[in-house]
Every structure is written in structure tokens, then in C-alpha cells.
Write a protein that binds this ligand. Structure first.
Ligand SMILES: [Zn+2]
Length: 284
């Protein structure tokens, strides 16, 4: 969701109620104030542009979120409304910042623990609150809480990676430039240069490439390779293939192109990563 959508909110009982308020992290709308009501949402903003994102900030190793009180006064009305959500077991919306002005909405989440000594609460996605349930995953029993929180965490990291990489590449495919029109942006992916199962394959801009769906698949399948000098190579057997216009214009004609990379050096793809990945392409 965008900041604008959060501020625009929804209409209830003929009144417009914002989902969140730009000025505060803990938001309790006026309509919930008179009975010392619980908060409606909590928000964590993305790190500022130019600051290396820290993925472990609010997400603990067990997958729960640690959320800081607003200010140091445990009893100000923000923190009271947050603790009220805890004592009343009220659902909250957690707006988790992915990039400037863009948020993932996690709903519902619950406050599971209150820690006044560290001025924070522990927040977890819904089913995590349900205790010792287990589910079958990959043939073995996994505690539901661990499964759900891992899935949420993964989703957040993926979305964050996409926002960061697409932003750095100005929302265009680095190979064919598609994406300049807003309605085409959903054709773009953030591709990993080194796979995310590689321990160096971090979800960070220098390990990413903004690619359209077809070039992302072609890259992953080693049909298309990108050399460390940023030149595009199409595999020989594919170059010899004859098919329709997509193969001709969309793939074969990309041979020899130089990809467009971000102007800022810290955002450019790492040459050593490209080289390592290109070896896999050449071996294919
Ligand atoms: Zn493309």
C-alpha cells in the first residue's frame, strides 16, 4: 500500500477513517478514542534512501516482530492504545515499510507480549497466536507459528528486494527497457545474480537486476547471460532457433546489447557476482 492509500483510509458509519497517520507510528483513530480504545494500526518505515537496509531490525530470529513504544512515556495515549490492543486481544494492522512511501500490510497481527522494561511489545501474525498447532510441510511436522512467521518474513524480504532493485533501475528491464509506463511495471521482477540459497546471494541491490518476466526466466534458465562487461549473450542453440516474433525481437535481438545499470556505483551489479554467474551460463 502507498502512504496515500493509508491516509485515505476507508468509510465507516458515514465517516472517513484513515488506516494510519503519517505523523505517528501507533495509530488510534478518533472514533476509537472515547472508550480508551485500542490502536488500529502500527507502522514501521523503511530505512532512508542511501542507508543500507537492515533486515533484522524489527524481525527477531523466531520471526516475531519487536515494536518500540512511541516515546519513553509508557502511559502516553499512543502506548496506552497499544497496550490496550494487548489486554483486549484486538487485531491490528501492521504496515511494514518496504521503500519510501510503500508498505506491506500485515493483517491481522496481535500483540503477544508487553515489555515495558525495554519500551517495546512483541507482535506476531494471527495464526502464530494460536499456540502449538503444527502442519505438514515437506513431509515433516512444522510448528505452525514457525511456518507462518517464516513465510511472512520471506514475503517481506522479497517485496523489499523488489522495491529496492526496481527503484534503483528506475522501473525498467535492464535488458529491453520495458516498464517505463506505470501499468507495465508489474511485468518486472527483481532477479538475483547469485541465487538466494547461496549465502552470498543477499537481497541487496548489487546482487539484483531489474528484469521483465521473459528476461528473468531466460536469465534463470541460462538462455540469456550477462557478462561482467554488461554485455548480453544469447545461448548459441537459441540463436539458431527459428520461432515467432517474441523469440526474434524479444530474445535473439538482445544479443550484444549492453544492459543499463544504475548511475550510482554502490547500486551497480557486482562484477565478481556477474562473472561467477556468467560462468554458469557459458557451461550450460
Ligand atoms: Zn526485458
Amino acid at each position: 500500500m502507498t502512504r496515500e492509500q493509508m491516509t485515505a483510509g476507508f468509510v465507516f458509519g458515514g465517516e472517513r477513517i484513515p488506516f494510519a497517520n503519517r505523523a505517528v507510528g501507533i495509530w488510534r483513530p478518533r472514533q476509537l478514542s472515547d472508550v480508551d480504545g485500542a490502536a488500529l494500526s502500527i507502522t514501521t518505515s523503511a530505512p532512508r534512501v542511501g542507508v543500507t537496509p537492515r533486515y533484522t531490525d524489527e524481525i527477531r530470529s523466531d520471526g516475531w516482530f519487536s515494536y518500540k513504544y512511541q516515546g519513553a512515556d509508557r502511559d502516553n495515549h499512543f502506548n496506552r492504545s497499544l497496550r490496550r490492543a494487548f489486554t483486549e486481544r484486538r487485531p491490528l494492522i501492521y504496515f511494514y515499510g518496504l521503500a519510501a512511501g510503500v508498505y506491506e500490510a500485515l493483517f491481522p497481527v496481535y500483540v503477544l507480549e508487553d515489555h515495558p522494561e525495554t519500551l517495546s511489545v512483541l507482535v506476531a501474525p494471527d495464526v502464530a497466536a494460536q499456540g502449538d498447532l503444527t502442519l505438514l510441510h515437506g513431509g515433516s511436522e512444522v510448528p505452525l507459528k514457525a511456518y507462518v512467521t517464516r513465510a511472512v518474513k520471506q514475503r517481506l524480504h522479497q517485496h523489499k528486494f523488489r522495491e529496492l532493485v526496481l527503484g534503483a533501475y528506475r522501473h525498467r528491464c535492464t535488458v529491453c527497457s520495458i516498464g517505463a509506463k506505470d501499468r507495465l511495471v508489474s511485468l518486472l521482477d527483481a532477479a538475483h545474480i547469485l541465487a538466494d540459497h547461496d549465502e552470498r546471494g543477499l537481497p541487496e541491490i548489487p546482487n539484483g537486476l531489474s528484469l521483465c518476466k521473459i528476461h528473468h526466466s531466460a536469465y534463470d534458465l541460462n538462455i540469456l547471460g550477462i557478462a561482467p562487461d554488461l554485455r548480453v549473450h544469447i545461448r548459441e542453440d537459441i540463436l539458431a532457433e527459428v520461432d515467432g516474433p517474441m523469440l526474434q525481437h524479444g530474445i535473439k535481438e538482445m544479443q550484444g546489447r549492453v544492459i543499463r545499470v544504475p548511475g550510482r556505483e554502490v547500486h551497480q551489479p557486482r562484477k565478481d557476482f556477474l562473472a561467477e554467474r556468467f560462468q554458469q551460463f557459458e557451461a550450460a
